[in-house]
Design a protein around this ligand. Structure first.
Ligand SMILES: Cc1ncc(COP(=O)(O)O)c(C=O)c1O
Ligand SMILES: [Zn+2]
Length: 416
């Protein structure tokens, strides 16, 4: 790839289609709409095929022609290609025939899908010559920026709401980054970061790097298609915070169809948010094109607690255009979802995954997901990061003396 012509043309405004050079910018000067990467699909088509992809290493860079960097991958070259697991026991429990788990809770290196977006954003930040990277985060993004910046030798600042789970905070500070806790909601953190970004010459991965960063999420969709045997599923259930991932799953499927890598297929793309922070799902349920921001999110699902989602409008479009729907399980259903996933599929997810399972369960029960069709659940982060969600919810371990007699008594009690 080195010194080859970039396969992306530049940036294009999602609203007015104004075009821009591929700079570290994210807002249209004409209409303030968000900017998105634009590719030269004619130039890409001869360079990518099923065979070419399969000949490459098992990481997300096997789709590199469709990711917006100009030279070689310099940050996160091992990210992606997480398992797509057929979950037959969970399928039976939920009363469906074909259920898959896209398990990004084992993504490298920080156990969430955010490693995908950060790999692209930091590689691109290095191409622009930045020495300091930063982000506004609900936790997982901060973990990934901190780890990948450490590995790449970049300075980093991560800005988070100060009330995040201890596991999420520690999962950033261990890398020696600057962790800045803000007394406020994520939306307040984000606003502050926009001001800081105007004052300091840094690569803010989800602000001035956002067009590049966001494209990293497409790799999750490419992998789902490839791992299903070059087929698109009937349903995908995606967790939403800022609402970027769900739009990029759609874009990934559309691009694979456009390039002839998979056959066109109508996938229903559904979104999941927790009950007390569900601006996007509420809009979909009410049949509205616009969402009402949630001022004070109040949920155990802190990773999805974004009250004013940057891509909320486009997420609503994604669900409506694909015949998808949205659901917003409450905290108890989220915990039940985490337990179902663990007990019936052996996957320990964070609260976002519980939200996805809870949402899927509701949609199956309501007949919005046909039980005879194929379903993929996007599980995006690891459960050890949000242990407190299960506090007091699981039986304590049995405690006995190191004595065979005591064990025999316990065994007898349990088997009667
Ligand atoms: C575990 C997890 N899943 C899903 C999301 C949602 O991503 P997006 O902001 O692209 O909607 C996040 C965002 O922070 C997350 O941490
Ligand atoms: Zn514009």
């Amino acid at each position: 790839m080195k010194d080859s012509k970039p396969l992306f043309k530049g940036l294009i405004c999602k609203e007015c289609s104004a075009r821009y050079n591929p700079e570290p910018i994210h807002v249209c000067e004409q209409c303030f709409g968000p900017l998105e990467v634009e590719y030269d699909y004619e130039a890409i088509a001869p360079l990518i095929s099923r065979d070419i992809i399969q000949s490459r290493a098992p990481n997300m860079w096997r789709y590199r022609e469709l990711l917006p960097i100009q030279g070689d991958v310099t940050v996160g070259e091992h990210v992606g290609f997480t398992p797509l697991v057929k979950a037959d026991r969970l399928a039976a429990k939920l009363g469906v025939r074909e259920l898959w788990i896209k398990n990004d809770s084992v993504n490298y290196p920080t156990l969430s899908f955010k490693d995908r977006v950060v790999s692209v954003a930091l590689t691109r930040a290095k191409e622009f010559g930045y020495d300091t990277v930063a982000c506004a985060s609900t936790g997982n993004l901060a973990n990934s920026v901190a780890a990948n910046a450490a590995a790449a030798g970049l300075n980093s600042f991560v800005f988070i709401p100060s009330d995040l789970e201890p596991g999420k905070v520690l999962g950033s500070s261990v890398y020696g980054t600057n962790v800045i806790g803000i007394e406020g909601t994520y939306d307040q953190v984000n606003r502050l970061c926009s001001e800081i970004g105007g004052r300091f010459p840094w690569a803010f991965v989800n602000i001035n790097m956002r067009p590049y960063y966001a494209e990293g999420s497409k790799a999750m969709g490419y992998e789902i298609a490839e791992q299903l045997g070059w087929k698109l599923p009937d349903h995908v259930v995606v967790p939403m915070a800022g609402g970027s991932l769900i739009t990029k799953i759609k874009k990934s499927f559309d691009e694979f169809v456009k390039l002839g890598i998979v056959d066109a297929h109508p996938t229903h793309i559904h979104g999941a948010q927790p009950e007390n922070c569900s601006p996007i799902v509420t809009a979909v349920k009410e049949g509205k094109d616009f969402f009402r921001p949630v001022e004070k999110p109040n949920t155990i699902v802190k990773s999805l607690a974004i009250g004013n989602p940057a891509d909320g409008f486009y997420s609503i479009q994604t669900m409506n255009e694909t015949g998808g729907y949205g659901e917003n399980p409450n905290d108890d259903e989220v915990v039940e979802g985490i337990r179902l996933l663990a007990e019936y599929a052996g996957v320990f997810s964070e609260t976002a995954g519980g939200t996805v399972v809870g949402a899927a369960k509701r949609m199956i029960e309501a007949g919005r997901i046909n039980p005879d069709e194929s379903i993929v659940l996007c599980i995006t982060g690891h459960g050890l990061k949000t242990k407190e969600a299960l506090e007091g919810k699981l039986p304590p371990p049995a405690a006995i003396k190191p004595s065979l007699k005591e064990f025999e008594a316990l065994y007898a009690a349990r088997t009667h």
